[in-house]
Design a protein around this ligand. Structure first.
Ligand code: SF4
Ligand code: SF4
Length: 287
């Protein structure tokens, strides 16, 4: 017999997460999370009896987004902040898992940014945290393919905790209610990786994005990625050596970045999104 939804436990868990440092918490129904996109795992491949997914959001400090990202060291600091935030989210997830385990439930936190998918050169997360956060009612995936909350736009990191506890789901309830389709992220994208004539994730060209996030756009001043780079399958990785050779400054950057920790070289879409930016502005102006 299926255990009835435990509203009291749901409230207790939310309180615990907020007290431990999460900025927002939502619950997704694990049944709805089996169809996540882009090659991510089905949560039930990880916890076969998963019934609920608790999603934590933490807010990236506004100044970390709006500081001078054209300076490598300042940008490296931003990445270090994000890595620390992810560790913090896992720490909260771990505490929550122990709490649930003591009540007799199975539970496992899913790290936000591992494993790294080398063939596509991106940090993917084992499951799609964005997709599940949407199911948990925390916000929606906007045109920039970033997860937006109504309060902070894309200025958030996410972490999921799988459990068989019977919790009350919160969503989805914000789909088509957060992203205003203002196209500012698309206009800000230096490599035209985003388009408005399709929906996420199909309006996003990973190879074009990699031209910026791997540093080529900024270090070579070449905005438009070459044709063979755009068309390369499974990813631009297969033509990477050719362009590393053509632009030696990239090798210097890669050596430097590998010592400091691998990091992307573009957050233009995130910085351009007015949601979150407006909240920050109002706070500065004391409204
Ligand atoms: S990270 Fe940069 S290149 Fe990639 S989609 Fe965003 S703005 Fe475009
Ligand atoms: S910049 Fe505009 S279109 Fe892009 S994600 Fe933000 S609200 Fe949506």
């Amino acid at each position: 017999m299926t255990e009835e939804i435990d509203v009291e436990l749901t409230e207790k868990i939310k309180e615990l997460c907020l007290k431990a440092g999460a900025d927002k918490v939502g619950i997704a129904d694990a049944d709805k999370a089996v169809g996540s996109s882009q090659g991510h795992a089905n949560p039930r491949d990880i916890l076969p009896n998963a019934r609920s997914i608790i999603v934590l959001a933490s807010k990236i400090p506004d100044s970390a987004i709006e500081c001078k990202h054209s300076d490598e060291l300042i940008h490296a600091n931003f990445v270090a902040v994000q890595q620390a935030m992810n560790m913090e989210l896992v720490r909260i997830g771990y505490k929550l898992s122990r709490f649930l385990e003591k009540l007799g439930y199975d539970s496992i936190p899913i790290a936000p940014d591992i494993p790294r998918e080398e063939s596509r050169n991106i940090w993917v997360g084992t499951i799609s945290h964005k997709y599940v956060a949407q199911l948990a009612g925390l916000g929606e995936i906007g045109l920039a393919n970033l997860f937006l909350t109504p309060e902070w736009g894309p200025r958030v990191n996410l972490c999921c905790i799988l459990t068989d506890a019977p919790l009350q789901p919160d969503g989805p309830k914000l789909v088509d209610k957060v992203c205003t389709k203002c196209n500012k992220c698309i206009e800000a994208c230096p490599t035209r990786a985003l388009t408005s004539n399709n929906y996420p994730p199909f309006n996003f060209n990973l190879n074009r994005c990699l031209w910026a996030t791997l540093g080529f756009y900024r270090l070579t001043k070449v905005e438009e990625p070459p044709e063979d780079w755009i068309d390369a399958k499974p990813s631009a990785n297969i033509v990477l050596p050719k362009y590393e050779e053509k632009y030696p400054q990239i090798r210097t950057f890669e050596n430097w970045a590998s010592r400091l920790g691998d990091f992307p070289q573009c957050i233009a879409c995130m910085a351009a999104c007015p949601i979150g930016k407006e909240t920050h502005q109002k706070r500065i102006e004391g409204e």
